[in-house]
Design a protein around this ligand. Sequence first.
Ligand code: A3P
Length: 296
Amino acid sequence: KMESLEVVRPELVDFKGVWMTHYFTDNWENVQNFQARPDDILIATYPKAGTTWVSYILDLLYFGQTSPERQTSMPIYLRVPFLEIAIPTIPTGKEVADELSTSPRLIKTHFPVQFVPKSFWEQNCRMIYVARNAKDNMVSYFHFDRMNSVQPVPGDWNNYFQRFLEGKNLYGSWYDHVGGWWEKTKTCSKIHYMFYEDMVEDTGREIDKLCQFLGLSAEAEEKKRVAHQAQFDSMKKNSMANYSTLPVLDFKISPFMRKGKVGDWKNHFTVAQNEEFDEDYKKKMKDPTLQFRTEI
Ligand code: A3P
């Protein structure tokens, strides 16, 4: 484990209309000028929607057979660089991405769709967006903000709940994020929009869909192995997938691989909060074509 970093909990700032912190905007110019390659695959999510899970699956599908040493020596956040991250003393996501020699490169971002560097569109890159129902996403984000010292101060649960409804989280409103990317899929065939809940329900089926989208002809046996390796319990134990090697996270407060369930919100929301949430949700989520499941 690396030495702890001296980091300060950042403030949220309104950055081009989205609540951000400087750790993800300091490298803005470089990130916006990022040179994508046509075979780059961008994995985009609102934080805590299943980014690591899908990243790990893709890494296994592409490199599980050809470079097994990757699996035992390289943490997931180096295999799949986080494009916009700029935290002192560790290389920026852009630097890591620029140095990746793999083909394809798998690149992670939490940007809302309007922040995606233009090169990804120009190069016609494939993009995978993972969305998770707002209630579970909120709970997961709350625990993450508690344990991650480069996230804004979470406050208590009641406070966090209100702020989430106001959209005042790092990367802005969940509603705008999932909606913005969904809108884009209507005109851009290069985006595969998937749901965390579907992954939990049937990982194999979702891997099949991913392979189809990516034009991968993995054998059934291989896909089964990937699904198995990417199970919650296996990833939780795997130090190359569970983020235990990253210094800014405090697993004593909450582990990165926390529960991995659909419906944990029921252990957090009060009845009154649930009613308030549902009422507010109806007002914000007007597009009937975008539907989430809060239980499976
Ligand atoms: P919980 O906090 O609800 O447990 P991200 O990778 O986008 O940060 O998302 C993290 C969330 O995905 C966490 O949710 C984590 O436990 C969950 N997750 C990670 N790997 C998973 C897996 N293999 N199966 C199910 N959930 C997984």
